[in-house]
Write a protein that binds this ligand. Structure first.
Ligand SMILES: Cc1ncc(COP(=O)(O)O)c(C=O)c1O
Length: 444
């Protein structure tokens, strides 16, 4: 498949899908674009809608299609497993699940060894917090403003975005530290003269708002939904040092940053020089099949004594997909491609910032996790989030056949994250469409 420019989504098949979606799904299920697109097929970096128009996919179903749509090798593993055995529940061990657990123990940072499998990132984070509480005997958790953890009651309570909260915080004991959001420093300081005061403030937070003994600190190496907020290099060492001093463990949420996404390494946290006690994964692990993982040290894993099952956790089909995905990432050095092609993408985005110096306030991210933050007028120091412009550019990219993501508290950040298999030619094509779309939408 190759991208067709200016696709139309007015066809009857698309319309029928959209209408049924509107009638039979919860209306709050957010969908992209004024007129959502009903995707039916995909191959590699291309996806197709019911009316047979094609798009270049630079969002991969929210950083989840790690090795491309309908990847032959992953699909072969899935099909073979479906024909053999689709479901047993966590009550029975299977070969795919033990192979995956062993593989994860090998590729995760030292000390992490035993996994608990679920069906989503939300459950992975829930499990991690419970394990931190059981292992330390403490209950309070430090999370981050602008962080996102999912949609259960606890995950919403951990999340630092009002827009993703349907109800007031239901779970007591979650304290939100300020985010290392340098472009909009919550402490109104500038790196590096700030001395990474945001990380140091965690000590003040613990001493003033908790019992003084915490269960843990949950953080994403780069805040995904928050708009790819990338901390300064010293942040995690300082933050985790404080957390340990007050009895907590470090829960690293690699749901978006995992599996080579940040370039050159398996995990986002490896760029920041600290080792987690618990790590959570989902999204990119199985190229789109549902799977959540919480991996911990054996000491922490042993602290769960109650009975526990997960009906869908460690589903053999999802695990077979994960084994094939991880093998591919490893054998084809896709983390290396994320670093190299990510650098090329970043250079192109920096060039766009030079062309549109008023509207593009910030370019940030690592590897194939890159963001553009749009503001009213960067050259005049006016960083008011340019929400309307962001929406216009977004619609223009769709018209021109490119799918990207949005994020940030105010929805004024583009998240650009193609599959790790992306080629430089596809990056060039995406950059051209972005440039045309920014111009067409009136960016300056
Ligand atoms: C960092 C992070 N953690 C957890 C989650 C929740 O994952 P899920 O949607 O699979 O429940 C997400 C989802 O976007 C996420 O980005």
């Amino acid at each position: 498949m190759s991208a067709t420019k200016a696709p139309s989504t007015t066809g009857a098949a698309s319309r029928a899908i959209r209408e049924k979606h509107k009638e039979f799904l919860f209306p709050a299920t957010i969908q992209y674009y004024e007129e959502p697109i009903a995707l039916t097929d995909g191959k590699g970096l291309r996806v197709r809608v019911a009316d047979r128009n094609e798009y270049l996919d630079f969002f991969g179903g929210i950083l989840t299609v790690s090795v491309g749509h309908a990847n032959d090798r992953v699909n072969a593993a899935v099909k073979a497993q479906v024909d053999r055995l689709s479901h047993v529940s966590s009550l029975y061990p299977t070969l795919p699940v033990v192979e995956l657990a062993e593989r994860l123990a090998r590729i995760t940072p030292p000390g992490l060894k035993q996994s608990y499998f679920t069906a989503s990132g939300t459950e992975a984070d829930e499990t991690a917090v419970m394990m931190a509480q059981l292992a330390t005997g403490n209950t309070e958790i430090v999370a981050l403003r602008h962080g996102y953890s999912g949609r259960s009651m606890l995950a919403q309570s951990l999340t630092g975005h009002s827009s993703w909260r349907a109800l007031p915080t239901q779970v007591a004991g979650v304290k939100h530290a300020v985010s290392a959001y340098c472009y909009r420093c919550p402490l109104h300081l500038t790196y590096p003269s700030c001395g990474v005061a945001c990380a140091k403030d965690i000590e003040e937070l613990i001493r003033t708002t908790t019992t003084g003994r915490i269960a843990g600190f949950l953080a994403e190496p780069i805040q995904g939904v928050g708009g790819f907020i990338t901390p300064p290099p010293e942040y995690f060492e300082i933050a985790v040092g404080i957390v340990k001093k007050y009895g907590g463990v470090f829960i690293c949420d690699e749901v978006q940053t995992g599996f080579g996404r940040t370039g050159g390494k398996w995990w986002g946290i490896e760029h920041w020089g600290v080792t987690p006690d618990i790590m959570t994964m989902a999204k990119g692990v199985a190229n789109g099949l549902p799977l959540g993982v919480t991996i911990a040290t054996p000491e922490i894993a042993a602290s769960l004594k109650a009975l526990t099952i997960s009906t869908f956790g460690g589903n053999p089909v999802s695990c077979a997909a994960a084994n094939a995905t991880i093998q591919l990432i490893e054998e084809e050095d896709l983390a290396g491609n994320a670093e190299r092609t990510g650098r090329f993408l970043r250079e192109g985005l920096e060039e766009l910032k030079r062309r549109f110096p008023r509207s593009i306030g910030d370019v940030r991210g690592m590897g194939l996790m890159q963001a553009l933050e749009l503001v009213d007028d960067e050259t005049a120091g006016n960083r008011t989030p340019a929400k309307a412009l962001t929406n216009r550019v977004f619609e223009e990219t769709k018209k021109r056949g490119l799918l990207i993501g949005k994020g940030g508290l105010e929805g004024n950040v583009f998240r650009i994250s193609p599959a790790l298999t992306v080629a430089p030619a596809e990056v060039r094509e995406a950059l051209e469409i972005l440039q045309e779309s920014l111009a067409a939408a009136g960016a300056q």
